[in-house]
Design a protein around this ligand. Sequence first.
Ligand code: ADP
Ligand code: MG
Length: 438
Amino acid sequence: MSKKPLLSLEKVEKSFTNSEGQKLLVLDKISFKLEENEIVALLGKSGSGKSTLLRIIAGLTKPSGGNVFYRDKTVTAPAPGISMVFQNSALFPWLTVLENVEIGLEAQGIPPKTRRQKALNAIDTIGLDGFESAYPKELSGGMRQRVGFARALVVEPLLLLMDEPFSALDILTAENLRNDLLELWIDKRTPTRSILFVTHDIEEAILMANRIIIFKADPGSIQAEIPISLPFPRSTESEGFRALLDKIYTILTTSDREKFSKEKIRAKTATDKHPEYARRLPDVSVSELTGLLEAMESHEIKGKIDLPELADELHLDVNNLFPLTEILDRLNFIKISKGDLVCLPAGKEFSGADILKRKHIFAKHLLAYIPLAKHIREVLDLKSNHRAPEELFLNELQEFLSEEEADRLLRIIIDWGRYAEIFAYDYDEGILSLENPQ
Ligand code: ADP
Ligand code: MG
Protein backbone atom coordinates (compact mmCIF):
# COMPACT_ATOMS: atom_id res chain seq x y z
CA MET A 1 0.00 0.00 0.00
CA SER A 2 1.72 3.15 -1.10
CA LYS A 3 0.46 6.29 0.51
CA LYS A 4 1.43 9.79 -0.47
CA PRO A 5 4.09 11.22 1.83
CA LEU A 6 3.06 14.04 4.13
CA LEU A 7 6.00 16.16 3.09
CA SER A 8 8.23 15.92 0.11
CA LEU A 9 11.29 18.04 -0.70
CA GLU A 10 12.73 18.08 -4.18
CA LYS A 11 16.16 19.61 -4.73
CA VAL A 12 15.52 22.50 -2.40
CA GLU A 13 18.20 25.17 -2.65
CA LYS A 14 18.77 28.42 -0.86
CA SER A 15 21.38 31.08 -1.28
CA PHE A 16 21.78 34.40 0.48
CA THR A 17 23.58 37.44 -0.83
CA ASN A 18 26.08 39.00 1.57
CA SER A 19 26.84 42.69 1.99
CA GLU A 20 29.49 42.54 -0.77
CA GLY A 21 26.89 41.20 -3.17
CA GLN A 22 28.42 37.73 -3.19
CA LYS A 23 26.09 34.76 -3.32
CA LEU A 24 26.40 32.28 -0.50
CA LEU A 25 24.93 28.84 -1.09
CA VAL A 26 23.45 27.68 2.20
CA LEU A 27 21.35 24.70 1.11
CA ASP A 28 22.32 22.50 -1.81
CA LYS A 29 19.74 20.23 -3.46
CA ILE A 30 17.98 18.89 -0.40
CA SER A 31 15.61 16.05 -1.22
CA PHE A 32 13.77 13.83 1.23
CA LYS A 33 10.31 12.66 2.15
CA LEU A 34 8.53 12.55 5.43
CA GLU A 35 5.86 9.88 5.83
CA GLU A 36 2.97 9.87 8.23
CA ASN A 37 3.75 8.58 11.72
CA GLU A 38 7.40 9.47 11.55
CA ILE A 39 9.62 11.53 13.79
CA VAL A 40 12.65 12.71 11.89
CA ALA A 41 15.64 14.56 13.34
CA LEU A 42 17.83 16.90 11.34
CA LEU A 43 21.25 16.68 12.92
CA GLY A 44 24.24 18.79 12.01
CA LYS A 45 26.66 21.41 13.13
CA SER A 46 25.68 25.00 13.50
CA GLY A 47 25.66 26.87 10.22
CA SER A 48 24.70 23.86 8.11
CA GLY A 49 21.38 25.45 7.14
CA LYS A 50 18.99 23.47 9.36
CA SER A 51 16.98 26.47 10.58
CA THR A 52 16.80 27.87 7.07
CA LEU A 53 15.40 24.58 5.79
CA LEU A 54 12.79 24.43 8.54
CA ARG A 55 11.69 27.99 7.76
CA ILE A 56 11.34 27.07 4.10
CA ILE A 57 9.16 24.07 4.96
CA ALA A 58 7.07 26.28 7.27
CA GLY A 59 6.51 28.67 4.38
CA LEU A 60 8.31 31.50 6.16
CA THR A 61 11.21 31.71 3.70
CA LYS A 62 11.18 31.09 -0.04
CA PRO A 63 13.64 28.60 -1.50
CA SER A 64 15.93 29.80 -4.30
CA GLY A 65 15.30 26.60 -6.18
CA GLY A 66 13.45 23.28 -5.94
CA ASN A 67 10.10 22.51 -4.39
CA VAL A 68 8.47 21.70 -1.09
CA PHE A 69 5.24 19.72 -1.27
CA TYR A 70 2.91 19.29 1.67
CA ARG A 71 0.35 16.66 0.75
CA ASP A 72 0.93 17.30 -2.96
CA LYS A 73 0.53 21.06 -2.69
CA THR A 74 3.50 23.35 -3.16
CA VAL A 75 4.32 25.28 0.00
CA THR A 76 4.66 28.98 -0.76
CA ALA A 77 3.25 30.47 2.46
CA PRO A 78 2.46 29.13 5.94
CA ALA A 79 0.19 26.16 5.33
CA PRO A 80 -2.67 25.09 7.57
CA GLY A 81 -1.63 21.73 8.95
CA ILE A 82 1.98 22.74 9.62
CA SER A 83 3.11 24.56 12.71
CA MET A 84 6.43 25.33 14.28
CA VAL A 85 8.03 25.51 17.71
CA PHE A 86 10.99 27.85 17.95
CA GLN A 87 14.07 27.57 20.13
CA ASN A 88 12.94 30.40 22.35
CA SER A 89 9.18 30.40 22.51
CA ALA A 90 8.56 33.96 21.38
CA LEU A 91 5.66 34.78 23.69
CA PHE A 92 3.88 38.10 23.90
CA PRO A 93 4.76 39.44 27.36
CA TRP A 94 1.53 41.42 27.67
CA LEU A 95 -0.68 38.39 27.05
CA THR A 96 -1.52 35.62 29.53
CA VAL A 97 -0.71 31.99 28.86
CA LEU A 98 -4.25 31.39 27.65
CA GLU A 99 -4.19 34.42 25.35
CA ASN A 100 -0.76 33.48 24.01
CA VAL A 101 -2.07 30.04 23.09
CA GLU A 102 -5.34 31.35 21.65
CA ILE A 103 -3.60 33.76 19.33
CA GLY A 104 -2.71 30.98 16.91
CA LEU A 105 -6.39 30.25 16.42
CA GLU A 106 -7.46 33.83 15.92
CA ALA A 107 -5.63 33.94 12.62
CA GLN A 108 -7.71 30.98 11.48
CA GLY A 109 -10.95 32.83 12.08
CA ILE A 110 -12.23 30.42 14.70
CA PRO A 111 -15.08 31.85 16.84
CA PRO A 112 -14.08 32.99 20.37
CA LYS A 113 -15.88 30.25 22.28
CA THR A 114 -14.33 27.38 20.32
CA ARG A 115 -11.02 29.17 20.49
CA ARG A 116 -11.08 29.28 24.27
CA GLN A 117 -12.07 25.63 24.56
CA LYS A 118 -9.32 24.47 22.23
CA ALA A 119 -6.71 26.62 23.97
CA LEU A 120 -7.73 25.26 27.38
CA ASN A 121 -7.42 21.73 26.03
CA ALA A 122 -3.98 22.37 24.58
CA ILE A 123 -2.83 23.94 27.85
CA ASP A 124 -4.08 20.93 29.73
CA THR A 125 -2.44 18.47 27.33
CA ILE A 126 0.95 20.11 27.58
CA GLY A 127 0.87 20.17 31.38
CA LEU A 128 0.19 23.85 32.05
CA ASP A 129 -3.07 23.36 33.87
CA GLY A 130 -3.49 26.08 36.48
CA PHE A 131 -1.26 28.58 34.69
CA GLU A 132 -3.84 29.89 32.24
CA SER A 133 -3.88 33.41 33.62
CA ALA A 134 -0.15 33.70 34.36
CA TYR A 135 2.04 36.07 32.34
CA PRO A 136 5.22 34.80 30.64
CA LYS A 137 7.51 36.65 33.07
CA GLU A 138 6.00 34.67 35.95
CA LEU A 139 7.02 31.37 34.33
CA SER A 140 10.28 29.42 34.31
CA GLY A 141 12.08 28.85 31.00
CA GLY A 142 10.72 25.32 30.84
CA MET A 143 7.15 26.48 31.40
CA ARG A 144 7.48 29.18 28.77
CA GLN A 145 8.68 26.60 26.28
CA ARG A 146 5.61 24.52 27.18
CA VAL A 147 3.46 27.48 26.22
CA GLY A 148 5.32 27.54 22.89
CA PHE A 149 4.40 23.87 22.40
CA ALA A 150 0.78 24.48 23.36
CA ARG A 151 0.59 27.33 20.87
CA ALA A 152 1.96 25.11 18.11
CA LEU A 153 -0.30 22.18 19.00
CA VAL A 154 -3.53 24.12 19.48
CA VAL A 155 -3.99 24.45 15.72
CA GLU A 156 -3.90 20.65 15.57
CA PRO A 157 -1.12 20.44 12.98
CA LEU A 158 -0.52 17.21 11.13
CA LEU A 159 3.11 18.15 10.80
CA LEU A 160 4.96 19.73 13.69
CA LEU A 161 8.28 21.45 12.99
CA MET A 162 10.61 22.19 15.91
CA ASP A 163 13.86 24.13 15.78
CA GLU A 164 16.13 23.09 18.66
CA PRO A 165 13.14 23.20 20.97
CA PHE A 166 14.94 21.85 24.03
CA SER A 167 18.34 23.45 23.66
CA ALA A 168 17.65 26.49 25.84
CA LEU A 169 16.43 24.37 28.75
CA ASP A 170 18.36 22.74 31.55
CA ILE A 171 18.93 18.98 31.22
CA LEU A 172 16.13 17.80 33.50
CA THR A 173 13.52 20.17 32.11
CA ALA A 174 14.48 19.20 28.57
CA GLU A 175 14.19 15.52 29.42
CA ASN A 176 10.76 16.03 30.97
CA LEU A 177 9.42 17.97 28.05
CA ARG A 178 10.87 15.50 25.54
CA ASN A 179 9.23 12.59 27.32
CA ASP A 180 5.89 14.38 27.59
CA LEU A 181 5.91 15.17 23.90
CA LEU A 182 6.85 11.61 22.94
CA GLU A 183 4.08 10.24 25.12
CA LEU A 184 1.54 12.54 23.51
CA TRP A 185 2.63 11.35 20.12
CA ILE A 186 2.82 7.64 20.98
CA ASP A 187 -0.57 7.66 22.74
CA LYS A 188 -2.03 9.64 19.84
CA ARG A 189 -3.40 12.29 22.21
CA THR A 190 -2.71 14.87 19.53
CA PRO A 191 -3.67 14.83 15.85
CA THR A 192 -0.03 15.56 15.00
CA ARG A 193 1.18 12.63 12.95
CA SER A 194 4.69 13.60 12.03
CA ILE A 195 7.41 15.62 13.64
CA LEU A 196 10.47 17.08 11.98
CA PHE A 197 12.90 18.59 14.44
CA VAL A 198 16.31 20.19 14.35
CA THR A 199 18.93 19.40 16.92
CA HIS A 200 22.69 19.47 17.30
CA ASP A 201 22.43 16.96 20.11
CA ILE A 202 23.20 13.41 18.94
CA GLU A 203 21.66 11.76 21.99
CA GLU A 204 18.47 13.77 21.66
CA ALA A 205 18.18 12.71 18.03
CA ILE A 206 18.59 9.02 18.90
CA LEU A 207 16.19 9.29 21.85
CA MET A 208 13.33 10.69 19.78
CA ALA A 209 13.61 9.98 16.09
CA ASN A 210 12.59 7.12 13.81
CA ARG A 211 15.08 8.46 11.33
CA ILE A 212 18.02 10.84 11.53
CA ILE A 213 19.08 12.96 8.60
CA ILE A 214 22.65 14.13 9.03
CA PHE A 215 23.58 17.46 7.52
CA LYS A 216 27.00 18.63 6.52
CA ALA A 217 27.93 22.26 6.10
CA ASP A 218 29.31 24.56 3.39
CA PRO A 219 26.92 24.20 1.71
CA GLY A 220 24.27 22.49 3.81
CA SER A 221 23.46 19.14 2.25
CA ILE A 222 22.39 15.69 3.31
CA GLN A 223 25.28 13.50 4.24
CA ALA A 224 23.53 10.42 5.57
CA GLU A 225 20.17 9.05 6.63
CA ILE A 226 19.97 6.64 9.49
CA PRO A 227 16.83 4.73 10.43
CA ILE A 228 16.35 4.07 14.13
CA SER A 229 14.27 1.12 15.12
CA LEU A 230 14.97 1.03 18.87
CA PRO A 231 11.70 0.60 20.78
CA PHE A 232 10.36 3.44 22.93
CA PRO A 233 11.07 4.38 25.65
CA ARG A 234 14.75 4.44 24.79
CA SER A 235 17.63 4.34 27.19
CA THR A 236 20.98 5.99 26.61
CA GLU A 237 22.52 3.03 28.41
CA SER A 238 21.30 0.32 26.05
CA GLU A 239 23.73 -1.41 23.74
CA GLY A 240 21.76 -0.46 20.65
CA PHE A 241 21.85 3.16 21.68
CA ARG A 242 25.62 3.15 22.27
CA ALA A 243 26.21 1.49 18.90
CA LEU A 244 24.20 4.17 17.11
CA LEU A 245 25.97 6.89 19.04
CA ASP A 246 29.30 5.47 17.87
CA LYS A 247 28.09 5.21 14.30
CA ILE A 248 26.78 8.76 14.09
CA TYR A 249 29.86 10.09 15.81
CA THR A 250 31.96 8.42 13.17
CA ILE A 251 29.91 9.93 10.35
CA LEU A 252 30.13 13.41 11.81
CA THR A 253 33.87 13.20 12.35
CA THR A 254 34.58 11.66 8.95
CA SER A 255 32.73 14.40 7.13
CA ASP A 256 35.08 16.93 8.60
CA ARG A 257 38.19 15.25 7.38
CA GLU A 258 36.77 14.84 3.87
CA LYS A 259 35.67 18.44 3.85
CA PHE A 260 39.13 19.50 4.86
CA SER A 261 40.87 17.68 2.04
CA LYS A 262 38.27 18.90 -0.45
CA GLU A 263 38.81 22.42 0.82
CA LYS A 264 42.52 22.09 0.24
CA ILE A 265 41.94 21.10 -3.36
CA ARG A 266 39.42 23.87 -3.87
CA ALA A 267 41.67 26.50 -2.37
CA LYS A 268 44.27 25.61 -4.95
CA THR A 269 41.92 25.78 -7.91
CA ALA A 270 39.68 28.71 -7.07
CA THR A 271 41.08 31.87 -5.54
CA ASP A 272 37.72 33.51 -4.91
CA LYS A 273 36.68 30.78 -2.44
CA HIS A 274 37.03 31.07 1.33
CA PRO A 275 40.70 31.34 2.14
CA GLU A 276 41.74 28.70 4.64
CA TYR A 277 42.22 31.25 7.39
CA ALA A 278 38.48 32.00 7.32
CA ARG A 279 37.61 28.44 8.20
CA ARG A 280 35.39 27.91 11.23
CA LEU A 281 36.94 27.03 14.58
CA PRO A 282 35.10 25.41 17.45
CA ASP A 283 34.60 27.58 20.49
CA VAL A 284 36.80 25.78 23.01
CA SER A 285 39.31 27.05 25.53
CA VAL A 286 42.92 26.01 25.90
CA SER A 287 42.23 24.62 29.36
CA GLU A 288 39.53 22.34 27.94
CA LEU A 289 41.95 21.08 25.30
CA THR A 290 44.67 20.54 27.89
CA GLY A 291 42.24 18.78 30.20
CA LEU A 292 41.15 16.37 27.51
CA LEU A 293 44.69 15.51 26.43
CA GLU A 294 45.58 14.76 30.04
CA ALA A 295 42.50 12.63 30.59
CA MET A 296 43.11 10.67 27.42
CA GLU A 297 46.50 9.55 28.54
CA SER A 298 45.17 7.82 31.61
CA HIS A 299 42.28 6.21 29.74
CA GLU A 300 44.21 4.73 26.91
CA ILE A 301 43.79 1.02 26.34
CA LYS A 302 45.78 -0.67 23.59
CA GLY A 303 46.52 2.72 22.08
CA LYS A 304 42.87 3.62 21.64
CA ILE A 305 40.14 5.51 23.43
CA ASP A 306 36.45 5.01 22.86
CA LEU A 307 34.81 8.44 22.51
CA PRO A 308 31.47 7.81 24.24
CA GLU A 309 33.34 6.05 27.06
CA LEU A 310 35.70 8.97 27.54
CA ALA A 311 32.78 11.39 27.55
CA ASP A 312 31.20 9.32 30.29
CA GLU A 313 34.37 9.31 32.38
CA LEU A 314 34.74 13.06 32.11
CA HIS A 315 31.04 13.60 32.80
CA LEU A 316 30.89 15.44 29.53
CA ASP A 317 28.06 15.34 27.07
CA VAL A 318 29.31 13.75 23.84
CA ASN A 319 28.24 16.93 22.10
CA ASN A 320 30.61 18.98 24.22
CA LEU A 321 33.39 16.53 23.58
CA PHE A 322 32.99 16.70 19.83
CA PRO A 323 34.34 20.22 19.22
CA LEU A 324 37.30 19.42 21.45
CA THR A 325 38.27 16.28 19.58
CA GLU A 326 37.69 18.02 16.27
CA ILE A 327 40.27 20.67 17.02
CA LEU A 328 42.76 18.28 18.62
CA ASP A 329 42.53 16.27 15.43
CA ARG A 330 43.16 19.34 13.30
CA LEU A 331 46.11 20.25 15.51
CA ASN A 332 47.51 16.77 14.95
CA PHE A 333 47.56 15.93 18.63
CA ILE A 334 45.15 13.05 18.12
CA LYS A 335 43.58 11.12 15.27
CA ILE A 336 39.94 10.17 15.13
CA SER A 337 39.30 6.95 13.33
CA LYS A 338 35.98 5.11 13.21
CA GLY A 339 34.71 6.57 16.46
CA ASP A 340 37.97 5.86 18.28
CA LEU A 341 40.60 8.29 19.42
CA VAL A 342 44.27 7.68 19.00
CA CYS A 343 46.72 9.91 20.80
CA LEU A 344 49.56 10.95 18.47
CA PRO A 345 53.15 11.42 19.69
CA ALA A 346 52.76 15.20 19.84
CA GLY A 347 49.67 14.81 22.02
CA LYS A 348 51.57 12.53 24.36
CA GLU A 349 54.54 14.83 24.46
CA PHE A 350 52.22 17.73 25.27
CA SER A 351 50.52 16.07 28.22
CA GLY A 352 53.82 14.95 29.69
CA ALA A 353 55.47 18.35 29.36
CA ASP A 354 55.81 21.28 31.77
CA ILE A 355 54.02 24.54 31.08
CA LEU A 356 56.79 26.19 29.05
CA LYS A 357 57.33 23.16 26.89
CA ARG A 358 53.56 22.87 26.42
CA LYS A 359 53.33 26.43 25.17
CA HIS A 360 56.15 25.71 22.78
CA ILE A 361 54.49 22.57 21.35
CA PHE A 362 51.12 24.28 21.11
CA ALA A 363 52.65 27.25 19.26
CA LYS A 364 54.34 24.96 16.77
CA HIS A 365 51.11 23.09 15.97
CA LEU A 366 48.98 26.21 15.92
CA LEU A 367 51.21 27.82 13.31
CA ALA A 368 51.50 24.63 11.29
CA TYR A 369 47.87 23.52 11.22
CA ILE A 370 45.62 26.50 11.93
CA PRO A 371 45.85 28.84 8.95
CA LEU A 372 44.34 31.81 10.81
CA ALA A 373 47.10 31.67 13.45
CA LYS A 374 49.71 31.49 10.73
CA HIS A 375 48.08 34.34 8.84
CA ILE A 376 48.01 36.68 11.85
CA ARG A 377 51.58 35.85 12.69
CA GLU A 378 52.71 36.54 9.11
CA VAL A 379 50.98 39.91 9.04
CA LEU A 380 52.59 40.90 12.35
CA ASP A 381 55.98 39.69 11.11
CA LEU A 382 55.67 41.85 8.01
CA LYS A 383 54.65 45.05 9.77
CA SER A 384 57.61 47.22 10.72
CA ASN A 385 56.26 47.92 14.20
CA HIS A 386 54.89 44.36 14.49
CA ARG A 387 51.51 45.66 15.58
CA ALA A 388 48.08 45.54 13.97
CA PRO A 389 44.62 46.60 15.10
CA GLU A 390 42.10 43.77 15.41
CA GLU A 391 39.86 45.56 12.89
CA LEU A 392 42.33 44.66 10.20
CA PHE A 393 41.69 40.96 10.72
CA LEU A 394 38.00 41.42 11.41
CA ASN A 395 37.58 43.20 8.09
CA GLU A 396 39.43 40.46 6.27
CA LEU A 397 37.30 37.77 7.87
CA GLN A 398 34.07 39.64 7.25
CA GLU A 399 34.62 39.35 3.54
CA PHE A 400 33.77 35.70 3.93
CA LEU A 401 31.90 35.44 7.22
CA SER A 402 29.15 37.26 9.04
CA GLU A 403 30.23 39.96 11.48
CA GLU A 404 29.30 37.74 14.39
CA GLU A 405 31.18 34.74 13.05
CA ALA A 406 34.27 36.84 12.24
CA ASP A 407 34.22 38.21 15.76
CA ARG A 408 33.88 34.78 17.27
CA LEU A 409 36.72 33.39 15.18
CA LEU A 410 39.12 36.18 16.09
CA ARG A 411 38.27 35.87 19.77
CA ILE A 412 39.05 32.14 19.72
CA ILE A 413 42.35 32.52 17.91
CA ILE A 414 43.41 35.36 20.21
CA ASP A 415 42.72 33.11 23.19
CA TRP A 416 44.79 30.27 21.75
CA GLY A 417 47.52 32.54 20.36
CA ARG A 418 48.04 34.27 23.68
CA TYR A 419 48.42 30.95 25.46
CA ALA A 420 50.95 29.83 22.85
CA GLU A 421 52.62 33.25 23.04
CA ILE A 422 52.76 33.52 19.27
CA PHE A 423 51.36 37.02 19.62
CA ALA A 424 50.11 39.37 22.31
CA TYR A 425 46.81 41.20 22.51
CA ASP A 426 46.02 44.48 24.20
CA TYR A 427 42.43 44.13 25.28
CA ASP A 428 41.83 47.85 25.93
CA GLU A 429 43.25 49.06 22.65
CA GLY A 430 42.30 46.06 20.54
CA ILE A 431 45.84 45.73 19.21
CA LEU A 432 47.62 42.53 18.28
CA SER A 433 51.40 42.51 18.43
CA LEU A 434 54.44 40.29 18.55
CA GLU A 435 55.78 39.75 22.04
CA ASN A 436 59.37 39.12 21.10
CA PRO A 437 59.74 40.34 17.55
CA GLN A 438 62.71 38.72 15.87
P1 ADP B 1 21.82 26.21 11.36
O1 ADP B 1 20.40 26.35 11.81
O2 ADP B 1 22.17 24.85 10.82
O3 ADP B 1 22.80 26.62 12.40
P2 ADP B 1 21.18 28.43 9.61
O4 ADP B 1 20.12 27.93 8.72
O5 ADP B 1 20.77 29.28 10.75
O6 ADP B 1 22.06 27.20 10.12
O7 ADP B 1 22.25 29.25 8.76
C1 ADP B 1 22.96 28.69 7.68
C2 ADP B 1 23.83 29.72 7.03
O8 ADP B 1 23.00 30.69 6.39
C3 ADP B 1 24.69 30.51 8.00
O9 ADP B 1 25.96 30.70 7.40
C4 ADP B 1 23.98 31.83 8.17
O10 ADP B 1 24.89 32.85 8.42
C5 ADP B 1 23.31 32.00 6.81
N1 ADP B 1 22.04 32.74 6.90
C6 ADP B 1 20.92 32.33 7.54
N2 ADP B 1 19.93 33.24 7.40
C7 ADP B 1 20.44 34.24 6.65
C8 ADP B 1 19.92 35.49 6.15
N3 ADP B 1 18.66 35.85 6.38
N4 ADP B 1 20.75 36.26 5.40
C9 ADP B 1 22.02 35.89 5.15
N5 ADP B 1 22.56 34.74 5.59
C10 ADP B 1 21.80 33.92 6.33
MG1 MG C 1 19.64 26.91 13.68
